[in-house]
Structure formats: C-alpha cells, structure tokens
Design a protein around this ligand. Structure first.
Ligand SMILES: Cc1cc2nc3c(=O)[nH]c(=O)nc-3n(C[C@H](O)[C@H](O)[C@H](O)COP(=O)(O)O)c2cc1C
Length: 208
C-alpha cells in the first residue's frame, strides 16, 4: 500500500508535533508528545531523549503509532502525566485522534548533533521508521509550530514602539528564539515572514 502523508498536510523535510503511542512488553500503553520529521515517501525520523517510556517501548517493540490531534488537553495530560488506558484503542492509537499512522523501526542511532538549547549531556536517539498504515478519521493537518511563532512575533512587533526598553529586550530575545524555531521547523513562507519582521526590527535600530 502506498502511503501519502501529504493527505494529512505533511511536507518532506518539515517537523510536526504529534502524540506518539507505544506499548511495553506487558501491553501497558503510553502516550507522549513527540516531534516527527517527515523524511519523504514512507519514512519519518524522530529524536527521542533517553530515559523516556516512549524510547524504551520503541526499542523493545520496534513499532509505534503517530497520532495527529489538535486537542490541547491530550498534549498536556500526556506531557505532565499518563493518559488513562481507556483513551487508547485496541490497535494502540488514541481513540480521539483525527488521524494516525503506524510505524515500524528501520534503524536506531545515537544523536550526535543538535540545533536546540538542550544540554549535550542529555543523550538522545535518532529513530528512522517506515510508515505502514495511515488512517484518517476526519480531515486534519499535522501541527507545525512555525506559523504560531510568526503570529507571536508579529504581535510583539506591533507592540514594540509602545513598550519600555526592558520589554523591548524581552521581545528581541523572543524574536531570536522564534526565528531559531521557524528556521528549524517552519515552512518557507513562515521563514520569509520572519525575515520581514527582522527587517522591521533592524529599521527601528535593533539587531535581532
Ligand atoms: C509538543 C512537544 C513535543 C515534544 N517532542 C519531543 C521529541 O521530539 N523528543 C523527545 O524526546 N521529547 C519530546 N517532548 C517531551 C516528551 O513528550 C516528554 O519528555 C514526555 O514526558 C515523555 O514521556 P514518556 O516518558 O511517557 O515517553 C515533547 C514535548 C512536547 C510538549
């Protein structure tokens, strides 16, 4: 079966925020928000920190499910605690996911480079996987963080001339972080927008 992740808005080379569900050898199910990089065709990549249930389960079972949802409660509950077992379907997906796809691990490698502020002592693994089934329950698009950062940066830009120097410093720091994330995960249009915002900040005499 040919898998087309474009059906859920995924574009090759972009990163999306998803909830990965796994199970352990005693069939206890686990959910955690995890970024997914679409590597094209039927391949995806994840970078997962050591010590998480998700990584341990992926290593022991060799398979997992990527759930697409826009439900803030699911993201929050699966980050801060454990989702109750009755949130999961028999096939390990989340009952209220808009769409999900099943993955089989192809390779696991130690992560050697990174482009975020996480301390290097926090070891992670890069997992390459093959997507085997895509199930779309309702039309949806996987979450990409880029656009929210563009909106946040635009709001700060409109407030820039109305705030004191301390707040301007804070906005510049936030812009730098937003620009780092958009450059890493955003769409070309998001990057273009960030570059326009940067030009405006430079015109105001700042060096973001
Ligand atoms: C939106 C979002 C994306 C995340 N992406 C990742 C990721 O790509 N890799 C990772 O190791 N942790 C990621 N995390 C952190 C894990 O979800 C978090 O450490 C979680 O507690 C792991 O749970 P587990 O032990 O049940 O696997 C992310 C968190 C959020 C909120």
């Amino acid at each position: 079966m040919e898998i087309d992740l474009a059906l859920i808005g995924m574009e090759k080379g972009r990163q999306y925020e998803t909830i990965i569900t796994t199970n352990d050898c005693e069939n206890v199910k686990n959910a955690a928000p995890i970024g997914v990089l679409y590597a094209g065709e039927d391949k995806i990549l994840n970078r997962i920190f050591k010590g998480s249930h998700t990584l341990n389960n992926i290593i022991s079972q060799g398979e997992f499910v990527v759930n697409i949802t826009h439900n803030p409660k699911l993201f929050t509950s699966s980050t801060i605690g454990n989702l109750p077992q009755d949130y999961f379907s028999e096939d390990n997906s989340l009952k209220c996911a808009d769409a999900y796809f099943k993955c089989e691990v192809i390779s696991l490698k130690e992560a050697v480079t990174q482009s975020d502020p996480i301390r290097k002592t926090n070891a992670a693994m890069i997992i390459k996987s093959k997507v085997t089934h895509l199930i779309i329950k309702k039309p949806t698009k996987a979450i990409n963080r880029g656009f929210s950062y563009v909106i946040d940066s635009l709001i700060n830009l409109t407030r820039f001339d109305k705030v004191g120097e301390d707040k301007k410093e804070e906005y510049l720091k936030r812009f730098k972080e937003a620009n780092r994330v958009v450059t890493k995960v955003g769409y070309t249009e998001d990057m273009k927008a960030m570059s326009e915002i940067k030009k405006e900040l430079i015109k105001k005499g700042y060096e973001p």
